[in-house]
Unconditional design. Structure first.
Length: 423
């Protein structure tokens, strides 16, 4: 154990303990009465159910995280990284192929160990609270499709990354950065039409009041839509969602069938307006640019730590390798990644407020988004009173009560402005 190993170990333990404290604090503050804002939306039984759902899922997540950390530490300190490396080197397949197999084996090991937890959460916890609609056939099909995509997309991407850092010399990080930025942009374009339909059916929204209202809103705000689709989210869960995909003139909206079933036309248009706000405020572009910059910094630092003997010694490795450098650098990069995630989630919460404000300013019924958020919280058994530390560490969206209160204020200001202008 050297300085690099100490940094990784301390980071893993501190991060785990910090998240555990946040989880426990979050459970402690969730035991209060139903907030007044949700009276008439939640009945007492539903609210108790949401609190129980939070307790069960939190304890389960803590158990899963504990096991995950324990497994990593046992694998690390028992020499598992070196054993796997020496085993694969005996095949004599060359550095690139061996590297792909090494990384794939580590990912497969983690996936196999996590699979029982995923099964329990899906078929026991989610089933108990009425969310799960995934059948064993669908679950197995999703695994197969994910593995197939990993083989088609992931394996060539890893091989390309290893090739850059093996043969491109000092400029390897620049080549890798450029290639992966291009790859991510292309993936954003092809995912809506080629990848997403592998897992879900996307049916065009039929003619009716909802389609007319959405098209009317898009026309009023000058927002181009190439299509409005209904996604069969109910095939896996009763939880609801909506999202935009695509760029430029290829923007399309996908509404979960569970969302359509539980909301009015005004509420659905408000949800659409919120998502439109993300595009209008350039949030999607901002997040992509930040992600690309982070990737470039990460590749540059990786080039500095490439084949660092002390880094390999920290993980008890016998031989140096490009693929080993990649794996161990990612563990060393954990502190920066953790801090960055906190900053990005803070930025994301700010973006959500801005998108809410855009929705309030552009829809006819100003409080429709607040009503939609209430229904979504009830149907998804959301935690209405999260602890500030938990929000700080984990939430990409502001707490729903904060959003609703701000929407109320904005709606009142909009109505007052309109009233003032009327002669």
């Amino acid at each position: 154990m050297n300085g690099f190993g100490v940094v990784v170990l301390v980071t893993l333990l501190v991060t785990f303990l910090l998240k555990a404290v946040a989880d426990l604090l979050n459970l402690r503050v969730s035991c209060g009465d139903l907030p007044a804002e949700f009276e008439g939306v939640y009945d007492p039984e539903d609210y108790r159910k949401s609190q129980e759902y939070l307790r069960v899922t939190t304890r389960f997540s803590m158990a899963a995280a504990s096991f995950d950390l324990l497994l990593l530490l046992v694998f690390w300190f028992s020499g598992g990284f070196d054993f796997l490396d020496r085993f694969l080197r005996e095949s004599g397949l060359g550095d690139i192929v061996t590297g792909v197999l090494y990384i794939a084996a580590l990912m497969a090991l983690h996936y196999v160990v996590a699979l029982p937890f995923t099964l329990y959460r899906t078929f026991v916890i989610e089933e108990r609270f009425g969310f799960n609609r995934t059948t064993p056939v669908v679950f197995a099909g999703d695994i197969f499709k994910s593995l197939l995509l990993a083989a088609i997309i992931g394996v060539p991407a890893i091989a390309l990354l290893l090739a850059f850092f093996t043969f491109a010399g000092a400029a390897a990080w620049l080549w890798a950065w450029g290639a992966f930025v291009l790859f991510s942009v292309v993936l954003q374009y092809v995912a809506p039409s080629l990848i997403m339909p592998i897992f879900n059916r996307f049916e065009p929204l039929g003619d009716g009041p909802l389609k007319r209202a959405i098209l009317g809103y898009a026309a009023k705000t000058g927002f181009p839509l190439s299509g409005i689709f209904v996604i069969d989210g109910s095939r896996r869960s009763s939880k609801a969602n909506a999202f935009f995909t695509g760029f430029g003139r290829r923007k399309r909206i996908a509404l979960f069938d569970t969302l359509i079933a539980n909301h009015t036309v005004d509420e659905l248009v408000a949800v659409l307006a919120h998502e439109t706000g993300h595009f209008r405020k350039r949030h999607v572009v901002i997040n992509m640019v930040i992600g690309m910059l982070n990737l470039g910094i990460m590749f540059y630092l990786l080039s500095i730590f490439m084949n660092n003997r002390e880094l390999f010694d920290a993980f008890f490795m016998t031989d140096l390798s490009v693929y080993g450098s990649f794996v161990f650098f990612m563990l060393l990069y954990t502190p920066a990644e953790f801090l960055l995630s906190i900053l990005l989630q803070g930025l994301s919460r700010r973006h959500e407020y801005e998108a809410d404000a855009y929705a309030v300013a552009t829809v006819d019924r100003k409080e429709a988004l607040a009503d939609a958020l209430k229904k979504l919280s009830r149907s998804n058994l959301s935690n209405l009173t999260p602890h500030p530390l938990y929000v700080y560490l984990n939430y990409s969206h502001p707490p729903v009560l904060d959003r609703i209160r701000r929407i109320r204020q904005l709606a009142a200001a909009e109505i007052s402005t309109v009233t003032y202008r009327i002669p």
